[in-house]
Design a binder for this molecule. Sequence first.
Ligand code: AHG
Ligand code: MN
Ligand code: MN
Ligand code: MN
Length: 339
Amino acid sequence: MPATSLSEYLIEKQKKLAHLNDGLVSVLVDLAEACKKTAHAVNQGALTHSLESLDSINVQGEKQQALDVISNDIFLAFADQNKHVAGLVSEELPDVYFPHHLQSDADQFPAQRYLLAFDPLDGSSNVSLNISVGSIFSVLPCPDAVQQPQAQAFLQAGKHQVCAGYAMYGFSTMLVITLGDGVDCFTLDETTDEFVLTSPEMKIPQDANEFAINMSHQRFWEPAMQRYVGECLQGVEGVRKKDFNMRWVASMVAEVHRILVRGGVFMYPTDSKIKKQGGKLRLLYEANPMSFIVEQAGGASSTAYERILDIIPDHIHQRVGVVLGAKHEVELVNAYHNR
Ligand code: AHG
Ligand code: MN
Ligand code: MN
Ligand code: MN
């Protein structure tokens, strides 16, 4: 069978999914193009001085890497020329951004309009180490026909997402997407510059024996998280009656990709040190899109207390605790926390 390109895949999906109109297709195609361009910038690395840190601090209070800014500009440039993008939120921008087409062509906007939220470069602390980084995106419906949707329009529960995805810039570039109809993985064929479907209908293996958490925060964890991880560490002699392995890449994209491929659970819980800010990971452009993907692949995702996709955000850069992966593990973590 010949390989299926992303455009062929989208034509087939349009026959099946009522919400996949031409506007949404064009947004997704542009996001894929932005990922290709970002992949190129990442791959050029030190040749273009893009691995350096900058002096600037973003709205999260993080020191920016040159690639944070380069990738953000790439995504903005695609949004600027896509009339179906009504507004966007990025990890690297303090406020909602309105694409340039809105300013130039004020009264002609199409019916099919969307809100984008993205993390242009995820795992940027790994940039100087040549360890995998990625991009994460979420597409929400634009609630009404207003010209410039304000921050309030973005404060929708993640269950309303119409599409989510991530690109992973590893030794090959992969694009993983969901349109609410399962999860499919594409690999960038550098000889044709096309994304080709390589792992259709990804499903998270349910028999988990791998967990991912930043152990350096252990002393700040809640008792329920101490208990869950403690039981994993007891191994075959303990209550779980099996040995667990541990991983921590510090790139959420790479962690979620590993879970899709070989199962397990990824946790960045809130703890006594970061409780005030809610957690480390951002709801709109990290937790929500990854939760949509994980649920669509047969897994589960929570804050350790509640389903992430049900949370109605208070503000665009809201942070939450995240526990995602194999359903049984996430349910166990939830049970320990909700007791
Ligand atoms: P970003 O690089 O977009 O700011 O995200 C970093 C996130 C996420 O990718 C990863 O899971 C986590 O931060 C790693 O955090 P620690 O460095 O605290 O382990
Ligand atoms: Mn960051
Ligand atoms: Mn990130
Ligand atoms: Mn980032």
